[in-house]
Design a binder for this molecule. Structure first.
Ligand code: 13P
Length: 250
């Protein structure tokens, strides 16, 4: 049986003070018998503080991006080895904001995914279609193409140490959540696609839904058989809301 995961993506939000308040609120509010995996994706500069604040809790820390390079003259970049060194365990890769605002290609995302795994980080690999792609009926083709880039580069077996996040771009930060049936349809497509290559991997991999998930809609989404939790933006910035999501996910 797959365990659910609730992963927060704080994006480029926070200050030292607000991050401290948020993470302390999350850590102190989690129940001792928390059943789902809990991850928070912090901005790079706050990762050491968040790692320290979560040290005696079940909460794991993610970065929101990583360099595809291991080290060297790459001004401004942060390597997977550095993230591992400061206590990160996960890294969000291929978020639609990286793809659309910073021109990250499928191949770039695949290279970052491999860099993360080379250094023992678990990628939370994001895929998802734009509104126009949903409207012109290419949702599955887009998700398949994004997933294939990683499978071709890193192999199907690499997904034993990865999480997939399906984030329809039209649902991100818009308040427009995919219906449970719409999300389940794509999650099932993803799992079936993986099952054609490796049934054990397909059965094991956690597939998160992302896009305007909140305490009001989480229950119906995670009740779907192929939805194993959520990647949460806005609602992860409020400890009470984030805790409600964790509670709903087990
Ligand atoms: P929202 O939850 O704010 O829609 O953001 C989702 C997201 O992009 C998580 O990575």
């Amino acid at each position: 049986m797959r365990q659910n995961m609730i992963a927060g993506n704080w994006k480029m939000n926070g200050t030292s003070d607000s991050v401290k308040t948020l993470i302390e609120g999350v850590v102190s509010g989690l129940s001792a018998d928390q059943k789902c995996d809990v991850v928070v994706g912090a901005p790079y500069v706050y990762i050491p503080a968040v790692v320290a604040a979560t040290a005696s809790s079940v909460v794991k820390v993610a970065a929101q991006d990583v360099s595809e390079q291991d080290k060297g003259a790459f001004t401004g970049e942060v390597s997977a080895e550095m993230l591992k060194d400061v206590g990160c365990e996960y890294v969000i890769i291929g978020h639609s904001e990286r793809r659309s605002l910073y021109g990250e290609t499928d191949q770039d995302s695949a290279q970052k995914y491999m860099a993360a795994q080379r250094h023992g980080l678990t990628p939370i690999f994001c895929i998802g279609e734009l509104l126009e792609e949903r409207e012109n009926g290419t949702t599955e083709a887009v998700c398949a193409r994004q997933l294939d880039a990683v499978i071709e580069a890193a192999g199907i077996a690499s997904l034993a140490n990865a999480v997939i996040a399906y984030e329809p771009v039209w649902a991100i930060g818009t308040g427009k959540v995919a219906s449970p049936a719409q999300a389940q349809e794509v999650h099932a497509f993803i799992r079936n696609k993986l099952a054609q290559l490796d049934t054990a991997i397909a059965e094991k991999v956690q597939i998160l839904y992302g896009g305007s998930m909140n305490p009001g809609n989480v229950a119906d989404l995670i009740a779907q058989p192929d939805i194993d939790g959520g990647l949460i933006g806005g609602a992860s910035l409020n400890a009470e809301d984030f805790l409600a999501l964790c509670q709903a996910a087990g």
